[in-house]
Structures are given as C-alpha cells and as structure tokens.
Design a protein around this ligand. Sequence first.
Ligand SMILES: Nc1ncnc2c1ncn2[C@@H]1O[C@H](COP(=O)(O)OP(=O)(O)OP(=O)(O)O)[C@@H](O)[C@H]1O
Ligand SMILES: [Mg+2]
Length: 308
Amino acid sequence: MTTTHGAVLPDTAPQQDGALVELRNAGKSYGNIRALHGVDLAVHPGKVTCVLGDNGAGKSTLIKIISGLHQHTEGEFLVDGEPVRFSTPREALDKGIAAVYQDLATVPLMPVWRNFFLGSELTKGPWPVRRLDIARMKQTADEELRAMGIVLDDLEQPIGTLSGGQRQCVAIARAVHFGARVLILDEPTAALGVKQSGVVLKYIAAARDRGLGVIFITHNPHHAYMVGDHFSVLRLGTLELSADRSEVSLEELTNHMAGGAELAALKHELAQVRGVDVEELPEEEDLTAPVKTSPAPPAYPASPEGTS
Ligand SMILES: Nc1ncnc2c1ncn2[C@@H]1O[C@H](COP(=O)(O)OP(=O)(O)OP(=O)(O)O)[C@@H](O)[C@H]1O
Ligand SMILES: [Mg+2]
C-alpha cells in the first residue's frame, strides 16, 4: 500500500488487538489551557465508539487529534499499532480516517451526485480532451447510496433541497465509497428531530456493518446507546467513564452525562436561594396537574331576584 506522500505502508501492519486507531494516555494543551488529559481510546473495525460529554469537555479536541487538525501534546496516538503524528487532515485521510462535520462541506445548488464526487470527479477520454464522466458518476453515486440503503428520488436534485439528515447520510456514503476505515461523526444528530436522527443512526449502523470503525460524538445518551458498542464519557478533559455496552446500562450512562450528583447539589442551592425546603419543591407531575381553584366570586353582586 502506498500513500499519496509516497510512503510505503507495510502490508501486515502490527496491530494492537485489532485497533484501527488508539490513544494512550493522550493529552492536548492549547498554551496554558489543558483541554485533554490522560485519555485512552481504541477504535475497532465493525464497532461504534461513542464519545459523550458536556460542552467544553474536550470532544472536539479529541477528534481533531485523530482527524489530523491538531496534534497531541502528551501520550501516544497509534494507527494500525504504529505511532503517528499527523500534520494535516490529508495525512489522516490517506490512512483511511475521514471526518464528517456538522456543517458539511457541500455546494447546496449542485446536484446530489455532483456533491458526492466533489473534489474527486471522475473523468474520461485522453488528455487534452478529458471531460467529466457524468454518466459513471451518477451511476456510482446511485449504487453507493443504495448499497447503504439510502433511496433518493432524484440524484439531479440540488443537495440543498435534502433534509439535514439526508445530507449527513450522503456524506457517510461518500466517506465509505472513498475508502474510509475510520469514520468520525461530530454531533451528527444535534440539530435533527427524532425521525431524522433515527435515519442517521440507521446509517451509522450500516457503516459499522460494512466493517468501519465509527467514532460517534454526541450529547445524547439515548442516541449513543442505540448504536454504541463502547462509551467514553469526557468531563473537563479527562475520561470519566470508559465502558463496553455490557458494562453499562442506559440509565447509568444518562446519569454520567447529566452529572446526577451535580443536579442534586444544584437543586439544594436553588432551594436555599428561594428559602424553601427542597422537599417542598414541586415534582414534575404536580406542575402538569390541573390547577385546583376555589369558585371565582361573581363579577357583579348577584341580584336577589336571580334575573340575568
Ligand atoms: N483552539 C483553542 N484554543 C484554546 N482553547 C481551546 C481551543 N479549542 C478548545 N479549547 C478549550 O478546550 C476545552 C475543550 O474544548 P472542546 O471544543 O474540545 O470541547 P467540546 O467537548 O467539543 O465542547 P462542545 O460540546 O461545546 O462542542 C474548552 O475549555 C475550550 O475552551
Ligand atoms: Mg465540540
């Protein structure tokens, strides 16, 4: 195997129990800010690794290291068991690591098939009369989308007319077609409704079934639990939880995400501010129950005759 940089990769790369990508005690500082510290993470083929955490927990920093946008400043980063240090996302792509970001790099007015091949257009004919091989691009895009179970009425429609979820799906199929082995999805369901999130989750599962190692970043423990094989929860730049699916329930995962203890402390603080006993705070069902009121006094004194 040869990369575009001319580096020859060994055919039988030493593997760390089959991990495609591995972080060992990895960390990243931006000047004085330590955004990530002591993180262990392994991505295996045919598995979905979910990275969860609150705002500022270090999720984006983590995937920027893996996708070649930033470099780690502590620990080790291995691909196929070999220590690496990427300088650009191109180097990560050459190793089969592709990232799909929320703000997808698509041209809204161009047809779906054109966006599918954006930057890697197929051509035909000898130089200098090489031209775009439109028929082959349309057919390939159609086949690849169908192989992932994505059925669009018309590949000629501008990609801007697709829903956010459908565009995510096209981006996933595109990464698969161009040979990704590791697929990184940064909050793909964050801006989507329930139904569309379900569609994206389905294609995450489809990518996994095709043998890719998927890193799924999300705030939502329910979405993570639907497709995840492993869960890594980040808090303030360190791993708070790293557990296989068999070791953690959805409830536990939700608690880790919500910071159960922190919520209890917050409730107490709020109660003190308001000067009420925490036990007196209404439960949710009390707030939704119909309000009981005493009969309203008549607006005018009732006439003794009872006439209206
Ligand atoms: N380029 C940067 N320079 C300095 N500090 C940064 C930089 N990028 C991130 N940070 C800091 O690193 C920490 C982790 O940020 P990061 O973006 O990785 O969090 P996140 O988990 O992706 O959050 P969100 O859910 O809001 O996207 C934050 O405290 C952030 O302010
Ligand atoms: Mg982020």
